[in-house]
Ligand binder design. Structure first.
Ligand code: UDP
Ligand code: MG
Length: 325
């Protein structure tokens, strides 16, 4: 084996959306990490998710200066999970892929530790937060989500993990072969299996700019996570139905007996009826809503639309600015 073939190859995949404020720092710190470990073959694929600022231009300029960087552009904003899928699809055979956010909440300096864990034999490496920087509503939301998801999912996700981590070549291949449209990366990473390892790190504040994920999107990912990893909501509807039916039967029996045994004082029962009807109506609507959540997702899946559309990407051989093999 030649020396070049023996060097571990690692590609960093970063979805970027309107990140012109943090990009210079991100590119600089990634390049510093690459320079610090020259016995690996590094590559960074930045997936521009339809940015409306100078994000694409900044990455393109970097790709000209430094052939280790590549720009992949989507035709519009498809959302974080789709951009991530687009980046993972660019992985070449035998490469490990590090997945991370652009905003430097996931510090690039942790990457060598992820790679080391992979070289020690883990196919899936999760970066685990020792501390969380988010505050307020987002933090409450994340905590709540992880509690609900953990209780519902057949493949629980460690609460202090997110996108940041590494997939070995086999895990990347497994992930890229997944056919589904609605993707919740941490859940799928747990689903594909393989020996896993955890690397602790301190989550940082966003280095610059504003969060690009709207709360609405985060809620949607949360629902995707729950509904695509669990049938429990459906089962709960069944259980609730059985429970309500039993209660109704018991109540019916009770009122019939009351009528028979104590005719004088038995009530005419308008209030009871109204309460029962609204209660049952509510239970039924919730049930239909839960069915709808699954149905909508099934509809999206059977349409088989791609997760994203590329506007531009370097040729499969990589950044043309790179000279030689
Ligand atoms: N992002 C993206 N497409 C979007 C929204 C966000 O690719 O539609 C990227 C964003 O540039 C960043 C990452 O997803 O690299 C995480 O986004 P952000 O930091 O805004 O979200 P949060 O920290 O709240 O998860
Ligand atoms: Mg962030």
């Amino acid at each position: 084996m030649s020396e070049a073939a023996a060097r571990p190859r690692v590609t960093i995949v970063v979805p970027v959306f309107n990140e012109e404020a943090v990009l210079p720092a991100l590119l600089r710190r990634l390049a510093a990490v690459f320079d610090g470990e020259r016995d690996r073959v590094w590559r960074a694929v930045l997936v521009d998710d339809g940015s409306r600022d100078r994000t694409a231009g900044l990455v393109r300029a970097q790709a000209v200066r430094d052939p280790r960087f590549e720009l992949v552009e989507l035709s519009r904003n498809f959302g974080f999970q789709s951009a991530l899928s687009a980046g993972l699809a660019r992985a070449r055979e035998g490469e490990a892929v590090v997945t991370m956010d652009a905003d430097l909440q996931d510090p690039p300096e942790v990457i060598p530790e992820l790679v080391a864990a992979w070289l020690r034999g883990a196919e899936v490496v999760r970066a685990v937060r020792r501390s969380r920087a988010e505050q307020g509503l987002r933090r409450v939301g994340f905590d709540l989500f992880h509690r609900v998801f953990g209780a519902l999912s057949d493949h629980p996700v460690e609460p202090n993990t997110g996108t940041f981590g590494l997939l070995g070549p086999a895990a990347v291949e497994a992930f890229n072969a997944l056919p589904e449209h609605h993707r919740f990366f941490p859940g799928l990473r747990s689903w594909i299996g393989f020996p896993a390892a955890d690397v602790p790190y301190d989550r940082q504040e966003r280095a610059a700019g504003k969060p690009q994920q709207t709360l609405r999107r985060l809620v949607r990912y949360g629902l995707d996570g729950v509904f695509s990893f669990s049938h429990l909501p459906l089962r709960l509807v069944t259980y609730a139905g059985m429970l309500v039916a039993c209660l109704g039967f018991a109540a019916g029996l009770f009122f019939v007996l009351w009528r028979l045994l104590d005719f004088e004082r038995s009530p005419t029962g308008f209030t009871t009826l109204a309460a029962l009807i609204t209660f049952l109506g509510g239970v039924q609507l919730i049930g239909i809503g839960i069915l709808g959540e699954y149905l909508g997702r099934i509809y999206d899946e059977v349409k088989r639309r791609p997760n994203y559309i590329l506007k531009s990407a370097p040729p499969p051989g990589g950044n043309p600015a790179a000279s030689g093999p």
